[in-house]
Design a protein around this ligand. Structure first.
Ligand code: 2P0
Length: 348
């Protein structure tokens, strides 16, 4: 049927790293200088919904995000389209009864259920949803880990959004990136009491993009090699164990040290990169205070490439953590807080 439109829809969640990805050893393939671990947030609150369609009626590949047409000529989007088409084309060559979908123009329509102004990075959920929507359209028999290899080329952190729960991105060793993929550490159901409070200090666009910031860090920071070779491998091992043992005190210790280590190499970059502001520092102080009063770590802050805080805690400590943070910081100008659950993507 020449005018038929074939389509498939999917969703992908937002993930927040607790062991941070910062540095590429190969910028073209998005191969990282170190492994990382993230926690996936509930899709009820934060997710990208994407429909991938193809038809001979379409004249060219298009991508629309939140109703705005995007440029698809960039190497990242092109890499994802090329890899997925090549997998479909291999299926078509092996089975001549299959429709030749790989030759048809693609139309991708993507929407976030959270405002871009929420200050949360959307590229991770965005590329993960794009890759899975096309893979579903093409009926590729690919596992989430196999798809993560493709999503990684769209945006590094996107490879972790192919899974729910607790996810590791293994940096890999090979030059072709075939072993730089995401794997599940544990499903969200393994530790279902984990909560994340997202505090928006500023919804403004960041000054220095992650892509250019991390490349300047790799090129200029004297602290960086120590972080990549010594600090992160130790943090990875500790964090995986903390997740498997549901040891919140260790989870919190590694999460906070990791955030501080990442922002330290940012400050050690030339010219220095400052993502945190005085409001972020206030959030750190409040979490330190909460943990001191509790006599143990019941809250853990982390910051990505911006001033917004994500504070992890367990449900039983909701009042002590979320309640205190809201009471102390909620009145500050521009601060907004919301608690999110963690969730398995596979359960949706
Ligand atoms: C992370 N971040 O692990 C770290 C922590 C920001 C700070 O992954 O160039 O948007 O597209 O591969 O994935 C942000 O970097 O960068 C990021 P690209 P990406 O979540």
């Amino acid at each position: 049927m020449p005018d038929t439109i074939y389509q498939s829809s999917t969703t992908a969640p937002v993930n927040i790293a607790v062991v941070k990805y910062w540095g590429k050893r190969d910028p073209k393939l998005n191969l990282p200088t170190n492994s990382s671990i993230s926690v996936t947030l509930s899709q009820a609150d934060l997710r990208t919904h994407t429909t991938a369609a193809c038809s001979s009626k379409f004249t060219e590949d298009t991508l629309e995000i939140n109703s705005k047409l995007q440029d698809v000529s960039g190497v990242r989007t092109q890499a994802c389209f090329r890899e997925l088409r090549s997998l479909r084309s291999a299926l078509e060559s092996a089975d001549s009864s299959l429709l030749k979908l790989s030759t048809l123009p693609l139309r991708i329509v993507s929407e976030n259920n959270f405002p871009t102004a929420a200050g949360l990075a959307s590229s991770a959920a965005g590329f993960a949803a794009l890759v899975r929507a096309i893979a579903n359209l093409y009926e590729l028999p690919a596992s989430p880990t196999e798809l993560s290899r493709i999503a990684r080329q769209g945006s590094g952190s996107a490879c972790r959004s192919l899974f729910g729960g607790y996810v590791a991105w293994q940096m890999g060793e090979k030059d072709d990136g075939s072993d730089s993929v995401a794997v599940e550490v544990a499903p969200a159901s393994h530790w279902p009491t984990m909560r994340a409070l997202v505090l928006v200090a500023s919804a403004a666009q960041k000054d220095v993009s992650s892509t250019s910031g991390m490349q300047t860090t790799v090129a200029t920071s004297g602290l960086f090699p120590h972080r990549a070779k010594v600090v992160v491998p130790a943090a990875m091992a500790k964090m995986e164990r903390a997740i498997l043992e549901k040891d919140f005190a260790t989870f919190a210790d590694v999460t906070m040290r990791e955030s501080n280590s990442f922002h330290s190499v940012c400050s050690d970059t030339q010219p220095p990169i400052f993502y945190l502001n005085s409001t972020s520092h206030a959030a750190i102080r409040v979490v330190e205070g909460i943990n001191k009063v509790a006599g143990k770590a019941i809250a853990a802050y982390t910051f990505d490439a911006g001033p917004n805080a994500v504070i992890y805690f367990e449900e039983e400590n909701k009042d002590s953590v979320a309640g205190t943070v809201q009471a102390l910081l909620g009145g500050l100008d521009g601060w907004k807080g919301k608690t999110f659950e963690t969730q398995d993507t596979t359960k949706l």
